[in-house]
Structure formats: structure tokens, C-alpha cells
Design a binder for this molecule. Structure first.
Ligand code: CA
Length: 222
């Protein structure tokens, strides 16, 4: 079996040295977030950069983010949007998103971020009710793991043909692969991972980077 490279600190630092383009503002937000006790929810900076990269690659104008935390990923995606583009950012925490909000303003992209402070399912359903099905270019799902299947279905409906979903933490520190592990989060992620394997509505690639990312784009013929 060919394994992915396991990154030690030296290789990780090398990756940062040769490819990370995080600027001072994003770095400041990251360092502030790392001081919070919940800092493990922060995406790594290279993942933020990947999200911005994907927004640019898709020429995205409409992005849905499920799970904002302190808005590091939101900032990365909003900056990659053209003027007039929009990130519909779903979260339930005013405390955490307030941190991001000040950075979005300083970056000059606050007008591209529509923060929705209520359970994400309510926001996604409201979008669908308003006729937004088939209009979203990219959806980034990184919220409570028990609801991933629900988020997947709603976001898939919202995506345009060819639109991309990015699901974070799908390997859940490897717990999904160990049959003796069972808890609501692990079971939920495992069920979604298994279901996606045979879901003909999407093309699929699971990347064993970070905590596991699944990229799924909506097939045009579905
Ligand atoms: Ca995450």
C-alpha cells in the first residue's frame, strides 16, 4: 500500500516556506484564534489558502460556508471573490464570528460576507425556499459533524452543476476507519463517507490532508 507522506515539523515548515502566502492580517486573525480554548477548530493556514484557490479556480461568485468559527476560512474565500461576490456564512456563535467580523472589515471584504447567525439548516432551507437551488458555486462544510448528511443534501441542492462541495474533517483523526470507535460524530461522518462512495450525483475525491477533506462536485447530468 502506498501511503501519503506523514508531515513532521520540518516538512510542514517547508510547505509553509515554499507555498504559504498568508498575509499579516490573516496571520493576526490566526494567532488571536489560537489563543482560544477551541482553537483546534481553526483551519490550518494552507487549508484557508486552498479554499481561496478553489474559489478563484471556479470563478465563484456565490459561496456557502457552514461553520464560520472566527472567520479565517471566510476571510480567505471572500478575498478570492470578485467585487459583488458573496459568502453566505452560517454559524450560531456571535462571540466567535465577532472576532472574524472586525478582520473582514479591515480586509475590505465585509460587504461580500453575509453572516447568518442561526442554525445552518434554517439558513440553507431559507435559501432553497427563496429559489437559490442550483446557484451556489462552492459550499464549505465544517460545522457540527452529527449534521453532515443534512448539510450535504441541502448544499448539493444549492450547488450549480459543476459546483464544488468541500467537506472538512472527514477522517476525524482516523476514528472513522477504526471499527471499534463509535460516537455520534464518528458514526455520522462514517455514514456519510460510505454513502458518498456510491452517490452518482457527485464526482468524488477524498484527500488525506489536514483532518481529511472530501471534494465532491455536482455532476452536470444530474
Ligand atoms: Ca474543521
Amino acid at each position: 500500500m502506498i501511503h501519503s507522506l506523514v508531515l513532521d515539523d520540518e516538512i510542514q515548515q517547508y510547505v509553509h516556506d515554499v507555498s504559504l502566502r498568508e498575509d499579516d492580517l490573516a496571520r493576526e486573525l490566526r494567532l488571536i484564534t489560537l489563543e482560544l480554548s477551541e482553537h483546534t477548530m481553526l483551519v490550518p493556514p494552507e487549508q484557508g489558502q486552498l479554499l481561496g484557490f478553489l474559489v478563484g479556480l471556479l470563478s465563484a461568485t456565490t459561496v456557502v460556508e457552514v461553520g464560520v468559527f472566527t472567520g479565517y476560512s471566510t476571510l480567505a474565500m471572500a478575498r478570492a471573490l470578485p467585487p459583488g461576490g458573496r459568502v453566505i456564512a452560517c454559524d450560531v456563535s456571535e462571540e466567535w464570528t465577532d472576532i472574524g467580523r472586525s478582520f473582514w472589515e479591515r480586509a475590505g471584504v465585509a460587504d461580500r460576507i453575509q453572516l447568518e447567525l442561526r442554525p445552518a439548516v434554517e439558513t440553507l432551507d431559507a435559501l432553497l425556499d427563496s429559489g437559490a437551488a442550483g446557484t451556489v458555486d462552492l459550499a464549505f462544510v465544517d460545522a457540527d459533524k452529527e449534521s453532515y448528511s443534512v448539510y450535504f443534501e441541502r448544499c448539493l441542492e444549492l450547488l450549480r452543476p459543476g459546483g464544488l462541495m468541500v467537506l472538512d474533517n472527514v477522517l476525524w483523526s482516523g476514528k472513522v476507519a477504526r471499527s471499534d470507535e463509535s460516537d455520534p460524530e464518528t458514526d455520522s461522518l462514517r455514514a456519510l463517507n460510505s454513502a458518498l462512495r456510491n452517490d452518482k450525483r457527485v464526482e468524488l475525491s477524498t484527500l488525506p490532508v489536514f483532518d481529511g477533506i472530501t471534494l465532491a462536485y455536482k455532476r452536470a447530468d444530474r
